[in-house]
Design a protein around this ligand. Sequence first.
Ligand SMILES: Nc1ncnc2c1ncn2[C@@H]1O[C@H](COP(=O)(O)OP(=O)(O)OP(=O)(O)O)[C@@H](O)[C@H]1O
Length: 434
Amino acid sequence: MGEEIAISLKNVSKCYKRYAHPVDRLKELLLPGKTYAQEFWALTGISFEVIKGETMGIIGRNGAGKSTLLQLICKTLTPTSGELQVNGRVAALLELGAGFNPEFTGRENVYMNGAIMGLSKQEVDERFEQIAAFADIGDFIEQPVKTYSSGMYVRLAFASAIHIDPDILIVDEALAVGDMFFQAKCMARMRKMMEAGVTVLFVSHDIGAVKSMCRSCIYLEEGTIFHIGNSESVVNQYLKKTREQLESLIQPDILITAKNTQQENLEEPISEASAEIDFWQLPNTGYGSKKSILEKYRVLDSDGNKSDSFDWSEKITIQILAKFFVSAKNYSIGFLIRDIYGLDLFGTNLRYEAANLPELQINQRLLATFTFDLMLQPGTYTLTLGVSVINEDNVEDICDWQDNIYVFKINKLNNLTPETKVYIPTKTEFSIVL
Ligand SMILES: Nc1ncnc2c1ncn2[C@@H]1O[C@H](COP(=O)(O)OP(=O)(O)OP(=O)(O)O)[C@@H](O)[C@H]1O
């Protein structure tokens, strides 16, 4: 006799409709028979089975189709073709925003969620205290969910999901929002549920967590299964492929010759025509409203030279030159550093770091210089840049956003690097007490 199957997919595909302009969707409704949509296959030919009690990880780069796959299994989306079978009660913790009614209080949402999951009022009554205790959000349980921070929301969502006695628990990246103590508590609870025979599907960019929690794993790449098997070997394939892809991204620089530019200032912006500056690089075509564009950027090591390989804790400088096509009082230029799994590690921008930014006129350029100690573990990282203007309603308009345009490495130098991926300088004191 075979083992019981919790989830089974046979040749499942999912096609989304994409519209070049929002108005095209309306045109299609008003003019039946004519289509303005482009088809986009987010998943093609997905087949696999999850045995009851198994814990399966799902990994893949941004846009690989992980969330789409989970939503199909939760039945919030339907497959375009193929066969999908799910046996048992599913509790899903998908992206933030799914599930709760923002106008209802935490308590009301717990009851509503329970009812949707097929629990009677009495059954929710019996569990309510445990749910509230696990969520640990104090009096906020009586406040409308729209007043919650994202961390509180996740706490309550996770607490309600695990207390409905699911047969299948589906956890997306959601946990990453909670603080570390809560994450540890959730992981411990998930382990207990796994031991009790609950089937778990776990999507995460945290490769370590996938390896330690999941026996098997699926690696999705552009909507197909690139690899499936035990999580150790799948994760290794993923790391290998990611490294290869990142290395192929390191392109020759566009060099604009000579002259050290350490003394540039706002009064003397660098013009394209000067063409004498060393180390500058040109970004790609990013996305955004283009009210301002990122013209050039460079990453300098502690000696002021361009580099894509640094030592742990080396002082580096990131310079970004943006040109504004609108006059702007409120604006920002910033950067973001991600690890090779696409996880945001840290970043900052002018709005956080600089007071009294000058008001900019049309066609003016601004040079932003960020200098900091690179407290990252040895490994490979990417740099993302962005420029935005903030309109009168205090809404941020992303003007030019360039994802992962620069790839750099932190060298293994000595044994002094801390264990954590990002080291935050901390005042540490010690004394010998006799
Ligand atoms: N409603 C939609 N309409 C059109 N395209 C969509 C829709 N939802 C997702 N997509 C596209 O389908 C692809 C897969 O998206 P999905 O969110 O499943 O990926 P993912 O692996 O979960 O990514 P991430 O790690 O960034 O969350 C992406 O290219 C995405 O742009």
